[in-house]
Design a protein around this ligand. Sequence first.
Ligand code: GAL
Length: 455
Amino acid sequence: MAASIKAKLQVALLAMAMSAEALVSPDGTGRVPAMGWNSWNEYACDINETVFLEVSDLLVELGLKDLGYTYVNIDDCWSNKELRRDNTTQRIIPDYVKFPNGIDGLAKEMHAKGLKLGIYSDAGTSTCGGYAGSLGYEDIDAAAWSEWGIDYLKYDNCNVPEEWVDEYPYYPEGGYPTPPLGYDYGASKTAQRYGAMRDALLAQNRTIQYSLCAWGHAHVEQWGNGTGHSWRMWGDIYPSWAGQDGYSWGLMPIVNQAARHWNDTGFWGRNDWDMLEVGNGNLTLEESRSHFALWAAFKSPLIVGTRLAGISEEVLSILRARELIDFNQDARHGEGVMPFAYEGEVPPSTNQTAHPPSHYVGTSAKGMHVFLLNSHDEDRDVEVRFGDVPGLLRGRAYLVHDMWTGEDVGVFSGGVTVRVKRHDTAALRINLAKGCAGTQTHPNPQWTPSTSHLF
Ligand code: GAL
């Protein structure tokens, strides 16, 4: 146990030494994971102004805005597919049938409600849906979005022309040529395509949160930190516990990948495990709870992807789980959770039969947190021995608190066993019990946020 933790910490220190200067933006934009709503998972291309206006009303009415869900993000299919760009200005032409008041009109409505508006484009010639992409038009598009009042950009990776394809691409799913020793992915064509849009956004007189949708290609985790505020690490999510459907993957394979990359996340830059499917498809409530708890714990952006009109109280209570949100948004600790009590290497996501690690530990301003995933098909008793938890002290009594209910479970010595339903995740906060001497140490080496300001 001790040896494997030591090895993990050494890897962590190495990763820290290699990390690029972070993209530090004014007013704390992008310091902690983005929270909001995005149209893709539930509406795909079937979007219009009314969808976003209704969502913005509901974010306010349901109390979600007050919990931090402030970005309302338009995904693919917002522009005029035939006309694409204005002949004179070269600007992308919005679809005025879908958005009669233009994107700028919608931005004004969002801002009037204290919300923000996000848009979507692609670092290729066309988006994945075949609408105008931004490659080669970065300055023109960034200027238009800034003028329209856009606050967030999701930048996709479809339709990359031949001359921009990397000789040594890296796909997390495998199937790529081995690069020469010391190959620098930060100098790859993929990094250049995403870097060009970063530079264009930085040249604007407006702060725009920058979300790279590079699907883990070209080892985006190695250069994403200096390029954007978050970077997609994998293909698309779909509302299924496990399995794969074309380029879309269920929750458990994605969790495996997230556990493998636990150390690539910090203030100003983080792995993005894709938008939430909580409330979608056939996910059970327990599965939706695991999804939310783990995305919060890994410090992934929390972008809701479900229909808010008619949302059930149970699903809403998951999205409103305040203590989980607080962990995700913690102002003192930027890093996500680390798997522990796991023997051997975490399996890759392509291994569809492997269970992801069940035990994760992290720290917040409020104490130590342990997340217990039951990926098995039956309810189980899951044990946490305090001596096994990096950062907890042996032989002390601990107060165990349930982050889902907000209630204390009790004071325990040695460890605690909790019943976790099939496919559910327990979320515990663990603090030294009152009157107990000793200090808790941090399980992960501290991520040191960069002090350099790129703006
Ligand atoms: C995919 C992306 C999805 C969604 C879709 C739109 O590439 O990963 O999240 O944006 O394109 O066409």
